[in-house]
Every structure is written in C-alpha cells, then in structure tokens.
Ligand binder design. Structure first.
Ligand SMILES: Nc1ncnc2c1ncn2[C@@H]1O[C@H](COP(=O)(O)OP(=O)(O)O)[C@@H](O)[C@H]1O
Ligand SMILES: O=P(O)(O)OC[C@H]1O[C@](O)(CO)[C@@H](O)[C@@H]1O
Ligand SMILES: [Mg+2]
Length: 463
C-alpha cells in the first residue's frame, strides 16, 4: 500500500457532506461506573426492561437496560433519546472524559480535510459557535452559506450562527474485559465498543434550509462526490405538523438538485442504526434508488433487509454474522437499488460487493479497502487522526487473526456460479486490542474507501 500515492490521488478531489454533526460527550466506563448504574435500580426491573428492548430511551432505566445489553454482547449500539428536559438533564450528572467532534459530517469532514482533499464542503442545519470550533481550521474545509443571495464558502468558524442550538450525543465507550454483576450474573464485555445515546431535539430537522437548497445545483457542479448521512434522526411526525414523509421528500429533492448540473456526481449514503422501522423502510424506498454507494455495518444491513422483506436472511445475519449471508444481503441491495457498490464493515473485515462490470480493477478496489482499514486502526489506536503522519500507526497494526480464513471464504464465494455477475473483495480489519475509542470508526472506514473509489474512477475517466 503506497499511502503517499493514494493521498496524492485524493488531493484533486472535492466533496459535499450533509446532514449530521454534533458534539460527542465521551465517557470511558469502568467496572465501578457500571456497577453504580445497575445499583440505582431493582435488578428485576433491569432484566424485564432488557427483555422489552426499548427502541427509544424514555427513562434512565431504558438507558441502563440497553447499555447492559450492548456491553454483554460487545455490539455497537445507538439509541435515540426522547426529547425531554428532565431526561436530558439526568445525563448531565456524569463526568464526561472528553468532548469531541461527532456525527458523520463532523467526523468525515475533519478526516477528509486532514487527508488533504482539495475541497470539503460540510453542511449541517445547525451550526453553533461551539460546534463550529470543532471543525479543523484548514483552508480546504468550508461551510456553505448564502450572503446577499449568493453561495459563499467560508470556514465553519467564520460561518456559525450565534443563536443556533447545540446537539450533544453521549457516548459510553467500554474496553474489552469490563466486569460487573447483574444480580447473580457475572458479565464481562467480550470486546471494546461504544453505546451512543443520540439526542433528537424537536427543533433539529434533517434538511437543507430553503435558501441554500436552491444552490445545490451550484454545489453539485463544484464537487466530484458527496456523502449523505444523518437520516436516522428523521421522526415520523413533529409538533409543528410536519412529517417524516415531508423531510424524506425534501431529501430526495436534494439528491436530484445536486445531480442537476453534474450527472457524474457519485453519492454515498452512510447508514447508522435506524430504530424506527417505518422511517427505515421510507429511507430504503426513497433514497437508496437515488444513490450510488452505501456503507453500513452488518447489523444495519440486517435491519434494512428485515424491512424490505428478507426476514430469514436478516435473522441469520443478526445471529451468526456469516460472510455468505452478508454477501447474499449485499447482492439483494445492489440489485434491488441498482447500486454501484455495497460496502459492509464488521469487527473483522471490510467488504465490497459490486457488479462484474465495475470499471475499476481488482487492485484499485482492494486498495481503497486497505486504506480504509489503516484509517480505522489509526483512529482506534490514537482516538483521532491529527495528520497523515499518524497513518504509520495504523499501518503497523496487523490484520486480525481471522484474516486469512475470511479472505479465503470470499475468494471461494467469488468462484460460485450464482456469483458470476458480481465481484467481491474483503480486507481484514487491523484490530487494535485496546482502542482509545471506537466511535466514528465506521464513518472513517466508509469515507476513506469511498473517496478512494471516486478518485480512481476520476483517473480512469481522465486517462
Ligand atoms: N478496535 C478496533 N480496531 C480497529 N477497527 C475497529 C475496532 N473496533 C471497530 N473497528 C472497525 O470499526 C467499525 C465500526 O463501524 P460502525 O459500527 O459503523 O461504527 P460508527 O458508526 O460508530 O462509525 C467496525 O465494523 C470495525 O471494522
Ligand atoms: O444519529 P445522530 O444523532 O446523527 O448521531 C450519529 C452518531 O454516530 C456517529 O457519527 C458515529 O457514527 C457519532 O459520532 C454520533 O454521535
Ligand atoms: Mg456506522
């Protein structure tokens, strides 16, 4: 992997990002923290609530139950927080270890700016001073505003709005081996991961504000590609009478406007967990047919398959996470939505599925995955990627122990007759044993792979 050459490729690429940025208040949980949380409640109430599996956090008990479930399985989870003053303030009781840029737009725009892309246009509907200060202060990272009817691209720190609200998500990170008791049951976390309490303020709407919306064709002309994310925050209905359908219709229009003067614009949709099944189905129906690439982890893949009617396959993936099933699910999405690339990342690998006629070579496609895993291991080890020199750290992390087995399985799958119309590539993750933090690693993986994909396509077009 020649990182310098890969980065050089990225230096003439421009990208647009929307919609979600927030502040991640991160707490690293130890045995005592967890035991104290459990001891706040009756054990039987916690066990009952874990069974109920609340999809929205409406009480501290909902939170503790879902947190314990996530820590017991070692699986990543993100659960929306019901918009209630008292409940919000209950979370203020914790001492957070650090506040960091969060949200796909926040994490990805900082990363791509540091990787030296030509231009990163990052949009989020709310931009307070504190949020603006969390964007890296570099010439290539700008925020789109309208001044006297004209599109203006200035640094976030020169674009914030004093009275814009701030969105804070609480992130509870745990390493492998955190121990606690739930009644008579001894629980130990099987691996490091994170639990996200995602705030859902009533006044936050996932949209491009009208005055900027009409400039999307102009933005689309300036960039080579876009990564769109944050749709998981869309609610079915709002107090002012607006609905999820209204915002999904607008989201679909945004995509069409971006493409208006740039038919070759490549768009990647990055998933997060979408607990509301109705919204998940609407995102599949309205947005997936209009994007080119999607990135997700295997749980998100299973959840999409569930709402579009593949219950058995969905269950299989959730239960066993077998590669064969992940490939089957990826094929379904690729065909159903006429996608160019389905990229799935799991704890042990990152995988592409694409059509056999994809213009890129095997080497190019694999290189984008290699780069993505180096980004993830660097960020996992250091907590953040501050400059490209940091990538040496990620490069020094070996593939995980299952690497050869996983690669062989995919090579065998490629030869099967039912897969003759597809190409699939797997690169094992470079798992960091005790990661500094894990939040945002999927965003890091997907964005690193996607910009590489687009830069190779651009080279091919211009050669
Ligand atoms: N300790 C680790 N070292 C290296 N990579 C990791 C580690 N933990 C997780 N990852 C990678 O990060 C990915 C997490 O993706 P995801 O669950 O989408 O996170 P997020 O949505 O918070 O960005 C995993 O699929 C895995 O490939
Ligand atoms: O769903 P929301 O509230 O936009 O938050 C997305 C969350 O996912 C992340 O971007 C990680 O993928 C976190 O940084 C953030 O807290
Ligand atoms: Mg993710």
């Amino acid at each position: 992997m020649n990182i310098e050459k890969y980065l050089k490729n990225l230096s003439n690429l421009s990208i647009f990002l929307a919609y979600n940025a927030n502040v991640d208040a991160i707490k690293y949980l130890n045995d005592k923290d967890v035991q104290e949380l459990i001891d706040l409640f009756d054990i039987n109430d916690i066990k009952k609530k874990i069974e109920e599996y609340p999809r929205v956090i409406k009480s501290p008990l909902d939170f503790v139950a879902r947190l314990i479930h996530s820590m017991k399985t070692g699986k990543p989870a993100e659960v929306p927080l019901y918009d209630d003053e008292k409940l919000q303030s209950w979370f203020n009781q914790f001492k957070y270890d650090e506040e960091r840029m969060g949200g796909q737009v926040g994490i990805i725009s900082n990363l791509l700016s540091i990787l030296g892309l030509k231009k990163v246009i990052a949009y989020t509907p709310i931009l307070s001073k504190k949020q603006a200060e969390m964007f890296v202060n570099r010439e290539n990272l700008v925020y789109p505003s309208i001044v006297n009817g004209n599109l203006v691209l200035k640094k976030p720190i020169e674009s914030y709005r004093e009275d814009d609200p701030l969105k804070i998500n609480r992130i509870f990170e745990y390493r492998m081996g955190v121990k606690f008791r739930l009644g008579s049951e001894e629980i130990t976390t099987p691996q490091a991961n994170r639990f996200i309490v995602a705030s859902r303020p009533e006044n936050l709407r996932i949209e491009i504000k009208d005055e900027l919306k009409e400039k999307l064709p102009e933005i689309g002309k300036i960039v080579d590609c876009a990564i769109l994310s944050g749709y998981q925050a869309i609610k079915e209905e709002y107090k002012d009478g607006k609905t999820g359908d209204y915002y999904l219709k607008r989201a679909k229009e945004d995509i069409k406007l971006l493409r208006k003067h740039n038919k070759g614009l490549k768009i990647h949709l990055e998933f997060a967990s979408i607990p509301n099944r109705a919204i998940r189905k609407k995102i599949a129906d309205n947005l997936l047919p209009n994007v080119d690439c999607i990135g997700m982890d295997e749980t998100e893949l299973a959840n999409i398959l569930h709402v579009i009617g593949y219950d058995r396959l969905s269950e299989e993936i959730l239960k066993k996470s077998r590669i064969e099933d992940v490939v089957e699910g990826s094929k379904i999405l690729l065909d159903e939505y006429n996608l160019e690339i389905v990229q799935v990342h799991t704890m042990y690998y990152i995988m592409y599925l694409c059509g056999k006629d994809n213009p890129l070579s095997d080497e190019e496609l694999k290189e984008t995955l290699e780069f993505a895993t180096i980004l993830a291991s660097t960020k996992a080890a250091l907590g953040n990627i501050r400059n490209v020199e940091d990538l040496k750290v990620g490069l020094g992390v070996q593939y995980n122990e299952y690497g050869d087995l996983l690669t062989t399985i995919v090579e065998e799958l490629t030869k099967k007759p039912e897969n003759k119309n597809y190409r699939m590539f797997l690169v094992p993750s470079r798992l960091v044993k005790n990661p500094k933090s894990t939040v945002g690693l999927g965003d890091t993986i997907s964005s690193g792979a996607f910009v590489g994909y687009v830069s190779f396509l651009k080279n091919k077009l211009n050669s």
